[in-house]
Design a protein around this ligand. Structure first.
Ligand code: SF4
Ligand code: SF4
Ligand code: SF4
Length: 488
């Protein structure tokens, strides 16, 4: 009977709704060493990044040599110029696919097994930390390290950052079970949680009748959790009930474990998991607030506009007599990551609170923040495009001379080589980001309208004016992004 249910649904699926039906793909995914072999490859790269970045020259902050050297050293080039922008695009196009090859997950997995062997009493992360607050702290920490110490430009800083991440992942696995580091600590966890909701791919069960009759439930069985292969979901998710990409790391363990091949990975519509009215943890709005300021700064390539945006931290430098470049960087980070975006979000939340009469500040954030994901994602995709455009032309250089010191001498001191230029001028490139922003803003607008409709039939009291407030905020945020990109 159970096979009959499965056969009925399987034959109705086109190949793109379940690419695991393709024999080659299925065989690769079911191979016992998958995805470990890819994770191991990524771990080798991870160690090479630490090696090639460690103790490399550190230049004066914001100097021409600092800006050039970051594009020549293997660590800074790959981590910040290729991997980071690519991760945003991969999350948008495939979901959390990066996670399934992530070397930190492998380190954590290994540490967890070692800890078990050494009889360490492994637990779940304490409840107080299971709300994503450590991820927000970690993300802010990374962004402040970028603005204050330029770890995105200094290879040594980048190497220290990666080394620390590796240590945290190892300790997370050693003392806590069920991928606690991924779920509650990894600094990119919430970014991937938010952006993967938009992906046109999903991992879901094929036929729920098969799951209902399945007696072993191997896909979530705690008994198989300790195996290397065919594990019950190591993230403690419930595959038969999976309805969002937000937490699934696409590790494919449930696919391997299911004896009925009742899990598919295939296409769906874009932005499907941005669900109006979804109850969300406060860490998501906090992340979206931070990223609003971060993206405003990152999209401001025009010098005059940048001066305007940074007028407040420059004024603060003057008032507090801050002359140290690290101090100036910290003030800039404080403004772009906290003060500026909080001012926007708190102002609109405050107005919403007045007009909706019965709700508190957190209601606005928890209810409407999710609808802003498309516009913020489109801004992030635009920035990634600019990054590739600026960096990719010199891709051969860090492979020829991974430390980058000799190439730096040739370009900067001896002038026997030219510095790699952009692929196209940003004034030509900016049309594509403008299209992304138009699409992202439109989808956000639709999601806000859908949220208003959802609230209108819920017991929450809302007014016509309160429904307009998130739309006005979208108008403001989208206009800021559009003007910035228009001026590229
Ligand atoms: S959540 Fe972070 S540590 Fe975990 S697999 Fe994804 S990127 Fe790696
Ligand atoms: S193993 Fe899980 S996914 Fe497979 S049929 Fe059983 S309950 Fe469903
Ligand atoms: S649901 Fe499946 S693919 Fe997703 S994290 Fe769990 S085991 Fe991995």
């Amino acid at each position: 009977m159970i096979e009959k249910h499965f056969e009925d649904s399987k034959t109705n699926l086109p190949w793109f709704r379940n690419i695991l039906q393709i024999p080659f793909v299925r065989n690769v995914v079911k191979y016992p060493l998958y995805p470990y072999i890819f994770q191991f490859g990524a771990l080798i790269f991870f160690l090479l990044f630490i090696y090639y970045g460690w103790q490399q020259p550190v230049f004066e902050l914001n100097s021409a040599s600092e800006k050039l050297f970051r594009k020549l050293n293997f660590t800074t080039f790959i981590v910040w110029g290729i991997w980071w922008p690519s991760m945003i695009w991969v999350a948008f196009l495939i979901g959390r696919a990066w996670c399934h090859v992530c070397p930190l997950e492998l380190l954590m997995n290994f540490a967890e097994r070692l800890g078990r062997r050494l009889k360490i009493p492994q637990k779940l992360m304490p409840k107080i930390f299971r709300n994503g607050i450590l991820i927000i702290i970690g993300y802010l920490f990374v962004q402040f390290a970028v603005s204050t110490f330029h770890i995105h430009r200094a290879p040594h800083g980048a190497a220290i950052f990666l080394f620390s991440l590796g240590i945290f992942a190892f300790l997370g696995g050693f003392f806590y079970k069920y991928r606690s580091f991924c779920s509650y600590v990894c600094p990119v966890g919430i970014l991937l949680n938010c952006y993967s909701r938009s992906a046109p791919f999903e991992l879901r069960i094929i036929n729920d009748k098969v799951c209902k009759q399945c007696s072993t439930k191997d896909c979530k069985s705690p008994e198989t959790y300790k195996q290397w292969n065919k594990r019950g979901c190591p993230s403690l998710l419930n595959p038969p009930k999976l309805n969002s990409n937000k937490e699934c790391l696409l590790c494919m363990q449930c696919v391997k474990a299911c004896p009925y091949d009742n899990i598919r990975f295939g296409s769906r519509t874009f932005f499907k998991d941005i669900i109006p009215g979804e109850k969300m943890n406060i860490a998501i709005p906090l992340f979206l607030i931070i990223i609003t300021g971060f993206l405003t700064y990152e999209l401001t390539l025009n010098k005059a506009l940048k001066e305007i945006f940074l007028a407040v931290p420059h004024w603060a430098e003057h008032i507090f007599s801050v002359t140290n470049p690290h101090g100036k960087g910290f003030l800039k980070g404080l403004w772009m990551l906290i003060v500026f975006p909080s001012a926007i979000w708190l102002t609109f939340a405050g107005i919403y609170k007045i007009f909706s009469q019965n709700n508190n500040y957190s209601f606005y954030f928890k209810t409407y923040a999710i609808a802003f994901i498309p516009v913020l994602l489109s801004a992030h995709l635009s920035k990634s495009l600019d990054k590739w455009n600026s960096w990719l032309k010199g891709i051969n250089l860090p492979f020829k001379d991974p430390f980058g010191v000799e190439t730096f001498q040739d370009i900067f001191l001896e002038k026997t080589m030219l510095e790699p230029s952009k692929i196209v001028a940003v004034s030509t490139l900016h049309w594509l980001p403008l299209i992304f922003l138009a699409i992202g803003s439109t989808v956000s607008l639709i999601k806000i309208v859908q949220t208003n409709r959802y609230l209108a039939v819920s017991p929450v009291k809302i007014t016509t004016i309160s429904q307009v407030i998130p739309l006005l905020m979208l108008l403001l945020v989208a206009t800021i992004f559009f003007v910035n990109v228009w001026m590229w």
